[in-house]
Design a protein. Sequence first.
Length: 251
Amino acid sequence: MIHFVGAGPGAPDLITLRGAELLKQADVCIYAGSLVNPVLLGLCREDCAIYNSAEMTLEEVLAVMEQAEAKGKQTVRLHTGDPCLYGAIREQMDALDTKGIPYAITPGVSSFCGAAAAAEAEYTLPGVSQTVIITRMAGRTPVPEREGIASLAAHGATMVIFLSASMLEGLQAALLQGAYTEQTPAALVYKATWPEEKVVRCPLGELAKTGKEHGISKTALVLVGGFLGTDYERSRLYAPDFSTEFRRATK
Ligand code: SAH
């Protein structure tokens, strides 16, 4: 059995209880060494065979899984954050299906949640935005043309941009082609939930300059939108004049 496990955004106590338990039981662990906090590997048994997938191809990862499976062993494939975002798990699952190897997924806390916590922010503020757009700039991995940053930015919604901290100038320019202005609040969140976490806020017009000043060019998320500002409306759900299934309006 192969367990795809979300390691969480960095802090080792942000893995789920289920994920931690699977790591403790694993005979084999293949972890995404570029971002997974290696402290988590301390949960593994001493005789657990540990592989760093940052140095491996898909074929090599699959070969390790297949060999482990042939010996009836339990493998954890440890991905950063939650495996469903930029995790390249689909290609692994499809290959495992072909080989008839069973697997299951254990979710994790994505870095976009870790970043909101670090920035003490709520992405979905009434009267500001009720939508979170998770995307990235095209890099070596292309992005479909209809999903270009400028067209997504046309919504003026909350945006969380992954994998783009090394391209802040292009990102800033593309975002400004949308509904945002130079004054729209933005933030760079570097290594959310790690000891070296940094949250740097700036107006969108100064995003690239701010990134340069703080030496942030990787392992960061860019947050953009009015949710980082001061204005919003109170929630209806908790308003005294609003009845719900669980509470009668008092006014
Ligand atoms: N599956 C992961 C994302 C992997 S893609 C998740 O759910 O978070 C790798 C990108 O995620 C990095 O380039 C960076 O943009 C972002 N990232 C991962 N961990 C981060 C962290 N702790 N703080 C800020 N950004 C992070």
